[in-house]
Design a protein around this ligand. Structure first.
Ligand code: ASP
Length: 348
């Protein structure tokens, strides 16, 4: 329980995105120095809510447009949060974190934080904006205000995304609109019960902070996908590949060249995780012979994970040192609310 006689201690992380962009003449670009603007927003929030906030600003090495994010960007943000939370504010523990981020990869970074920081028992709230702050009709102030309220009002820990008047678990969020103010939705209802990460994995997640980001990525299935493209994706992402599959986890992967490529990945230790492109339902590899064949070649069923959560979960677990059976078992568990079921037996 927070001591309400003291000002709440809040860490504010500014990563870039439209929220703080300005027009360059060649299009919108992220502003590096937004300290005064953010300070004004916090002061306004404190005035409106009648109590000061003891806050500190943290900024990653580069303030970017989401398009500039690399496979390491989301973990860099998570590591920065972990480091600053450990340092505390004014000699006291940080009670909440608000992260201002570009919307295009907001769900990726938020999902990454949900797994990489699963051992931190504080609210961490990601937000951004569709229109830059200061532009008439901008949604930046409202989203900032809502994120602050979400971060400071409840004691519920966990990583959430607040945008366009809605709050949702980060491990379920996807960007659904490039224009609307309600730009994000939570795909599929939150899973219950959550298995949690457990003490051993929590320790491993904390211990691997600042380790290099594993090269994990995704390939989307389309009819006629050449085996060479699958091979190239496995070369590009040797520490883990998510396959965004059709329906229950199938794809154009059953030719001899594709299956051989998958078997080679399994034998060389590259985990391959199948998720579904469908908005509803889950992966069930054994349902069809073609799914059973790719499972036999080593592909792991990814339940009903969103693409963002699948990449983030695999990346966080790889960085925590998990491989082989331990990795499969952790992928099967509902660690932070990212999937509706645990265990490998799907409901039929
Ligand atoms: N391109 C911007 C980004 O950095 C879009 C946004 O923030 O809304 O994600």
């Amino acid at each position: 329980m927070r001591d309400r006689t003291r000002s709440p201690r809040l860490l504010l992380v500014y990563c870039g995105g439209t929220f703080g962009m300005h027009e360059t003449g060649d299009g919108l670009a992220a502003q590096t120095d937004l300290g005064d603007v953010l300070s004004g927003l916090v002061d306004a929030w404190a005035r409106r809510h009648g109590h000061p906030v003891d806050w500190r600003l943290a900024v990653p090495r580069s303030v970017i447009d989401s398009a500039e994010a690399t496979h390491g960007t989301a973990l860099e943000i998570a590591d920065l949060i972990r480091e600053r939370v450990a340092e505390g504010i004014s000699g006291g523990a940080v009670q909440a974190v608000v992260v201002v981020h570009g919307t295009d990869t907001l769900a990726h970074s938020a999902a990454q934080a949900a797994f990489a920081l699963a051992d931190l028992a504080i609210p961490i709230v990601f937000t951004g904006a569709q229109r830059p702050i200061g532009i008439p009709g901008s949604d930046a102030e409202r989203n900032f205000d809502d994120a602050f309220r979400e971060a400071l009002s409840g004691e519920e820990p966990g990583v959430r995304l607040v945008f366009g008047g809605a709050a949702m678990p980060a491990c379920r969020a996807v960007k659904r609109s490039s224009e609307a103010f309600d730009a994000f939705i939570a795909r599929r209802p939150a899973a219950r019960p959550v298995d949690g990460v457990g003490s051993e994995l929590a320790e491993a997640l904390a211990a691997c902070a600042h380790a290099p980001a594993p090269r994990v990525g995704m390939l989307t299935m389309v009819p006629g996908l050449p085996a060479e493209m699958l091979g190239a994706a496995l070369d590009a992402f040797p520490e883990g590949l998510v396959l965004e599959c059709y329906g229950s986890g199938t794809g154009p992967l059953v030719g001899p060249a594709h299956l051989e490529t998958l078997r080679r990945a399994r034998d060389s230790g590259t985990p391959v995780l199948a998720i579904t492109r469908c908005e509803d339902g889950a992966v069930d590899l054994p349902r069809y012979a073609v799914g059973a064949a790719i499972a036999a070649a080593g592909v792991i069923g990814g339940h009903d994970l969103t693409a963002e959560a699948a990449i983030a979960k695999l990346r966080a677990l790889r960085r925590a040192g998990l491989a082989g059976a331990a990795l499969r078992s952790a992928l099967d568990r509902n660690l932070v609310g990212e999937q509706q079921r645990s265990g490998s037996a799907p409901e039929r």
